[in-house]
Design a protein around this ligand. Sequence first.
Ligand SMILES: Cc1cc2nc3c(=O)[nH]c(=O)nc-3n(C[C@H](O)[C@H](O)[C@H](O)COP(=O)(O)OP(=O)(O)OC[C@H]3O[C@@H](n4cnc5c(N)ncnc54)[C@H](O)[C@@H]3O)c2cc1C
Length: 416
Amino acid sequence: MFYLSVKNHNSVWRDFLLWSKTYTDMLTKDIFNDTETAFAIKSDADLEKAYWLFSIIKSEPLVKLGTAVTNFALKYHLPVEGIIRTTVFEHFCGGIDEQDAMRIVEKLYSKGVYSILDYSVEGAQNEESFDQTYRKTLDLIKLASKRKEIPFSVFKPTGMGSYEIYKKVSQGDPLDAAEQQAWDRIRQRYYNLMKAAKDYNVPVMVDAEEYAMQKAVDDLMEELMREFNRDKVFVITTLQMYRKDRLPYLREMLDRAKTEGYKIGIKFVRGAYMEKERERAKRKGYPSPICETKEKTDENYNNAIRLMMDNVEHGLIYNGTHNEDSSILMAQLIDEKGYKRNDPRLWFGQLYGMSDHITFNLAKRGFNTSKYIPFGPVKYVMPYLIRRAEENTSVAGQTHRELELLEKERKRRKLD
Ligand SMILES: Cc1cc2nc3c(=O)[nH]c(=O)nc-3n(C[C@H](O)[C@H](O)[C@H](O)COP(=O)(O)OP(=O)(O)OC[C@H]3O[C@@H](n4cnc5c(N)ncnc54)[C@H](O)[C@@H]3O)c2cc1C
């Protein structure tokens, strides 16, 4: 009796301590204001350069002009690679090849941040180039299997096959014999890579691109999850939550996985092709697949995170965002629900060169946090770099915030 009452007393006390710990330590967005942690790996010179770069990127006319001049210069082999390399390239990319990128990988890991090497060569859409990207991705899976700093591999659908084939399959259009063979080769490349993911114990993410080609990717990814994600997640698909239909799709996917006994790996992003999608829908005369407002996209995104956080035992969540609210939301849910902050099923990710205040402050507090690190020869990663520059121009708030944080850190270091 006495024992029981002591036990009860102890467990009540323990619950109280747990409860009070959750609430006194409850994370808020204030953690993202710690610029000392955010920029710890940046030297004073790096900091100044980043400040200068974002000040330029902020200006839409300058980005437009810069893009046009760069494209022209590259096309006519004018010597601009050097200047690109020491400016935008150095800021947003890990290097020209994986060896080069390892310097960054190790630097990030010294602060508890993981890396995902993203071979960002957006080359010619032909079989030779698809095979080359396929081989490179396979090599990267093998490399990751030997490096604790690299938990995942990644590839883009259009790295493995042509947009036109994905689009035809997505629309249910008939394929002629050559197209059918091309589609079979795409399927085979995905299959081999996911098999390697399992054999080498390195889960692989597949990015999401344009709406018109996504249905083919979705169906293939579900097929592969069914095959490879029985006990653990090796296959990770991407959901762009700016799409109106993605939350219902996530619910259906989850139901199918539960019924058939496999797990789903999801990388959540808002989506990078908004203007293009809206414009295409208008041109082709179908309703835009994109949410009407930013608020609706945010609501979709956060509801998807909540839904998966209620179903952690059924999958893996990769929260790919620079949005502070969506990042803190998941961090709070991890604590509230009592998951370990470094639970291998729960991940955060930002792009290299952006939102260090989120990455490094979450990593400091023990969450699994990673950077997507694009790499490749300067000339071939230009489309990626242009997208980043344009994104930072159009998402005005984001650049403004980067500048504000860099300014704060410059003041703290007494650089201005
Ligand atoms: C690790 C990582 C991986 C990524 N992988 C992919 C990928 O595979 N595929 C892909 O498409 N993108 C990818 N992205 C980019 C991503 O989709 C976003 O473009 C980018 O991260 C900005 O969104 P946010 O959540 O960070 O921030 P926020 O600044 O909060 O949101 C900006 C985004 O909100 C949406 N939005 C803005 N205005 C409106 C509006 N008026 N109406 C409706 N929606 C609006 C757009 O999607 C816009 O990009 C990735 C990003 C990260 C960090």
